[in-house]
Structures are given as C-alpha cells and as structure tokens.
Design a protein around this ligand. Structure first.
Ligand code: XIL
Length: 375
C-alpha cells in the first residue's frame, strides 16, 4: 500500500515509508537543481581546506615522473595515499626482511611538499607475498603480524596521517556466523587478529589515527545493509573492549548505473558511526563506468551525478573529515584493468580526464565541497 508522507506520519506507518517518500521528493528536487557547470577555478584542496576537510588521491611512485600529472597532484591534493607501496607484499621480500625503498620515496615526496600521507594498509587478506602461505602458520602468525606492524608503523611513527590498520575484514557471503571474512590471518589467529592489529599499531605509532577500512558499504540493498550493521557492531565491540580505533574508512568504489537512490539510506549509518565517537574518511572513491552508455556526455553526466549525490550526503555528516579518490586522472586508474568496458572505450572514473582536464566529475566534487557545512 502507498501513502503520502503526511498520511504515513498520521497513520504512524513508521519511518520506512515516510523516509522513502522523502527520499523520492529530495531526489526529484535535487536532480532538477544539479548544475555542474561554472563552479569556478579554485582547486579541490582549497575548497576542502575552506571547510576543514582534506581532499586527496591515491598515487603510485612511477606516476610522479609524469610532470603534468605530478603538477596536478600538487595543485589538487592536501592528502595522499600510496595505491600499493605500503602493502604487506610490497614491503616484505621474505619473512625476515623489510624493503622500504618504495614506501620511503613516496613518503619523502609527500613530506617535501608538506602533504599528509595515509598508510594503506597494515593487515589485509590480499597483496600477501608468495612465501606467506608456506611460512606463516598458527605458531608464528601472531609474531609475524605484530612484528610487521611494529616495524612499519614504528619506522613511520609520527609521520603518517592515518593508518588503515585492518582492511576488509567483513564478508557476510563467506558464511561465518560472525560475518567476518575468512582470511589467511583469521585462519591462523582467529577473530582476535583485528584487536591484536590495533593494539600493535597504537603501541608503534601512538600519534597515528587508527582506521578500520571497509568495502561495499554504499549500496541501497540488503547485502550492503548487512555489511553496514556488521561494521557498526564490530567497531562498537572494539570500543567496548578498550581497543584503540579512531575512525572508519569507507572505501566508496561506486558503480555507475547501480540504483543508489539519493544515498539517503546512508545517513543513519553515518550517524551511528559518529555516535561511537569515531571520525569517518572516504578512502577510495571512484565511479566505475563499465556498464554506462558509450556516449561521452551522458557517461560523464552520470558519473558526475553519482559523485555529487554521494558526497552531498557524506559531507553533510560532520564526522567525515577527508575524501580521497582512488587516483586523480583517468590516465592512471586500476579500473582500466579491473573493470574495463566491453566496447573497448577507455574508462573515465576519476575527476580529471586522461589529458588532465577537469571533468564534470571534478565539478561535482568541487560543488559538494562548497556545499559542505564547515568542520
Ligand atoms: C588495488 C590497486 O588499485 C591495484 O593497483 C592493485 O593491483 C590491487 O589493489 N580496495 C583496496 C585497495 O583497499 O588496496 C585496492 O587497490 C582496491 C580495492
């Protein structure tokens, strides 16, 4: 049965019906208002800074020798993250050795330009080295995990804006009752590995902001809702146990063409996380155009609309302190190989095109930052 919002309120049919009619009304009015032309020249970092927010991007060392791209990074970003150079497999040639060549030079670049850098990531089920499976077992896993964190977070102590201490620990479809992902760490250490990682990170870098980073939280469907509930439960549990966790990272790999509505469904989740006393970072934002029409105008418009609508809701929550896109220009994006288009056209998921020109997506981020309440 359908009710108008007023009827729903009078009849007391509950928040869901009322909320969905509000969402539809908002969606119609916002869509007709959305103007992504003429946003002015100020960079994203300036617009973000005006609100007490950080804007930045994931980069790889090799990209920085592209001088045009390098210049855009410095112009647009006031926070950076290594796309791969801080991952376990990249730093660990063997069980008893660390190689900091790549991470040192990337952090060196950021520090020379006084740009804060994030540490991504200390504990993850992917990007593990070949030797891991054979050489890490139930007997030594705790020592390997804590030693890795002590050494990496200890080396960069006081120099990292925030650590993704644990990445992607939840996967309801793995079938565990607790909805945790079956990872190599969990198999060897049990569910206590998450707490262990945060304790080790706090001991090694007492000043760093410690983040739990997760994927698949953005959707307007029951699977994403299950993930959101589990994230809140996990974070609340850690806090109850006195574990030092300071923020949630919402990866935000969005899919063009998916039905997100106006993202109103995220508001209660964001406020639940904020009520735990946590900050929130948008850590890996991009919009896959794999399934969008080939027409450039239409494709860019749909991508930009998602950027705007998503950030409008996220930035409305004062606990959200940073937005990072997973790359800056379509010239360098993991989606070229991870989610290519069937028609062979190049993907366009990021704020700048492959010629480093600002796209509608850039305008959309600019507009969302301008509309955000100050922190
Ligand atoms: C991706 C990188 O972008 C790729 O270059 C690499 O080959 C695989 O990892 N979630 C994360 C990131 O937390 O670390 C992933 O990065 C993208 C998904």
């Amino acid at each position: 049965m359908m009710f108008t919002r007023r009827q729903a309120l009078q009849l007391g049919v509950g928040a869901t019906a009322a909320a969905s009619s509000v969402a539809i009304a908002n969606s119609l009015s916002k869509q007709s208002q959305l103007d992504l032309t003429d946003v002015g020249n100020a960079s994203l970092r300036e617009r973000a800074a005006a609100k007490g927010i950080l804007y930045g991007a994931a980069i790889e060392w090799a990209e920085l020798s592209d001088s045009g791209f390098n210049q855009q990074i410095l112009q647009e970003c006031n926070i950076l993250v290594a796309e791969n150079e801080f991952k376990f497999g990249r730093m660990r040639p063997s069980l008893d050795r660390f190689d900091f060549t790549a991470s040192d030079r990337l952090l060196g670049f950021a520090r020379r330009h006084s740009i804060p850098m994030r540490g991504h990531t200390l504990v993850w089920h992917l990007a593990l080295p070949d030797w891991f499976e054979e050489q890490v077992n139930r007997r030594n896993a705790e020592q390997v995990l804590t030693n890795h964190i002590q050494t990496v977070a200890g080396r960069y102590r006081g120099q990292i804006h925030s650590w993704d201490v644990v990445n992607e620990a939840i996967e309801p479809s793995d079938g565990r009752r607790d909805r945790l992902r079956r990872t190599p760490w969990l198999e060897r250490l049990g569910d206590g590995y998450i707490e262990l990682a945060f304790q080790a990170a706090a001991a090694a870098d007492p000043e760093g902001m410690l983040v739990y980073n997760e994927l698949g939280l953005e959707g307007n469907h029951s699977d994403a809702e299950t993930r959101r509930r589990k994230v809140v439960e996990l974070l609340a549990g850690l806090i109850d146990n006195g574990v030092p966790v300071h923020a949630l990272g919402i990866q935000s790999h969005l899919t063009g063409g998916a039905d997100y509505g106006q993202f109103e469904h995220l508001r209660p989740f964001l406020s639940d996380v904020a009520s735990l006393g946590l900050q929130i970072l948008v850590t890996e934002l991009d919009v896959s155009d794999q399934h969008l029409p080939a027409d450039l105008q239409e494709r860019d418009r749909q991508i930009a609309t998602l950027y705007h609508d998503y950030l409008a809701v996220l930035l409305d929550e004062a606990a959200v302190i940073a937005v990072l896109t997973w790359g800056l220009s379509d010239r360098y994006t993991w989606l070229s190989s991870h989610a290519p288009r069937q028609d062979g056209n190049a993907v366009r998921p990021l704020p700048l095109d492959d010629q480093l020109n600002r796209k509608q997506a850039w305008n959309a981020i600019a507009r969302a930052l301008d509309q955000a309440p100050p922190r």
